[in-house]
Design a protein around this ligand. Structure first.
Ligand code: HGY
Ligand code: MN
Ligand code: MN
Length: 427
């Protein structure tokens, strides 16, 4: 094995962009959704059969590379290439391969497959690193079927007890997370939280927003992740006849759901800055044209880079819900589905990503992440940073999600070069 003695050699190594792109296409075919204008998205909600198929394909590639593949009790998969120092903690990369129902081929998948490509490049060029290098995919990053999001990595770092996570019921149906994990054959033997923390964690991900594209920048140097607050509001009124019931007698949860949706939009204008708000789910029952609804269940997703402002937004929402409940004589049950504070990544590792991208000749720009990522959980246990590549039209969580092959290759090259430095840095 050619040890990494000649400083110059390893700096010239690059990934095989075509091999990486072919894997992105192949994985994207599992749960593929074709759009009317040639869009190619995919739907692999966590722990569904499609997720199992994706897991089987990726773990097959990991095993083909001769990697040691471990599966833990929440279904996180970690594939490791040994280093020359068996005692050294691994440098880890990875992301997720579960998607939302209208997902793209890049969200999460890029980070996992680029990690695999980095390892295949080391194998192909016969490069040894002192530290082991591992690539992981974490269970249920999206949180779309089982809340909260970043669930697998949260359990991996000890942020939620395994038993609590296994008992989570799906938001839509009543499937129990632990049962689904067994059903798809990914309830693994390795313990959660993980026995040892990685030496460092770097995740490649698409930006999923418009900043890099708008500024014509190739590499996003991510400084942290904004805070996330997901609340489910179950509103109960009284169904009634749409024609005969006078307005003064109505207890209309549909009206309250709409009023809250409008209120949180107003909140983003009032708080301005980084505040964003989304009512992504509205489930009105019985959902009939001539029936004043009996119930309405909605979710509110509030995010902000500043924790204090996010708390102000949450409190304003609570006060408005109470006001509307009183005015419309409905009852509201509120349930928190996810709550994570903003996370700052390790400045030294962030600077390493930036210097590496610039050394490779790519334009860079520092920015916070608007989306949640597994990196925000790994940041609790080791120095962590992220690399962003541009998203065409800033689109994600949409089957039209796209990143160009050139940008995919650029991101993977920055990941390769960053991991090589971390995997060989003497303690
Ligand atoms: O919701 C998020 O930010 C991520 O896609 N789970
Ligand atoms: Mn993602
Ligand atoms: Mn996502």
């Amino acid at each position: 094995l050619a040890l990494m003695t000649d400083w110059h050699d390893w700096q010239d190594t690059r990934v095989d962009g075509e091999r990486l792109w072919n894997r992105i296409v192949a994985l994207g075919e599992i749960g593929a959704i074709a759009g009317p204008n040639g869009e190619l998205g995919c739907a692999r909600l966590a722990l569904t059969d499609a997720d199992r198929e994706g897991r089987d394909l990726v773990t097959g590639w990991m095993r083909d590379l001769g990697l040691t593949v471990t599966i833990d009790a929440i279904g996180n998969v970690v594939a490791t290439r040994p280093g020359t120092d068996p005692r050294a903690a691994a440098v880890m990369t990875g992301s997720h391969i579960d998607t939302v129902a209208t997902g793209g081929r890049f969200d999460g998948n890029l980070g996992v497959l680029a990690g695999l490509e980095v390892i295949e490049t080391l194998e192909t060029l016969d490069i040894a690193t002192r530290r082991p290098v591992s690539v992981a995919f974490f269970t249920d990053e999206e949180g779309a079927r089982f809340a909260p999001d970043m669930l697998g990595s949260l359990v991996y770092v000890g942020g939620m007890a395994l038993e609590e996570a296994l008992d989570i019921a799906a938001t839509d149906d009543d499937a129990r997370l632990g049962d689904e994990l067994v059903r798809i054959g990914y309830a693994g033997p390795f313990p959660c939280p993980a026995a040892a923390a990685p030496h460092a964690y770097v995740e490649l991900h698409i930006e999923q927003g418009p900043i890099l594209e708008d500024e014509g920048v190739t590499i996003g140097v991510v400084e942290g992740v904004q805070g996330i607050s997901w609340t489910e509001l179950a509103i109960t009124g009284r169904s009634a006849h749409a024609g005969t019931t006078p307005m003064r007698l109505r207890r209309d949860p549909g009206f309250v759901a709409a009023a809250i949706t409008t209120f949180v939009r107003g909140l983003t204008k009032q708080l301005a800055g980084a505040q964003v708000a989304t009512v992504g789910r509205i489930d009105v029952r019985p959902n009939l044209v001539n029936v004043v609804p009996a119930t309405a269940t909605i979710t509110v997703d509030l995010r902000n880079t500043d924790e204090a402002t996010l708390v102000v937004a949450e409190r304003a929402l609570d006060a408005e819900v109470a006001r509307l409940a009183e005015a419309e004589s409905v009852s509201v049950t509120s349930r928190s589905l996810a709550r994570f504070e903003p996370v700052e990544f390790d400045p030294v590792t962030v600077a390493l990503v930036e210097a590496t991208a610039q050394r490779l000749g790519y334009s860079t720009r520092r920015l916070p992440s608007g989306a949640g990522h597994d990196a925000q959980m790994l940041a609790r246990v080791c120095p962590t940073a992220m690399i962003f590549t541009p998203s065409v039209d800033g689109l994600s969580h949409n089957i039209a999600e796209h990143t160009t092959p050139e940008d995919v290759t650029a991101g993977a090259n920055v990941l390769l070069q960053t991991l090589l430095q971390l995997a060989d840095v003497a303690d």
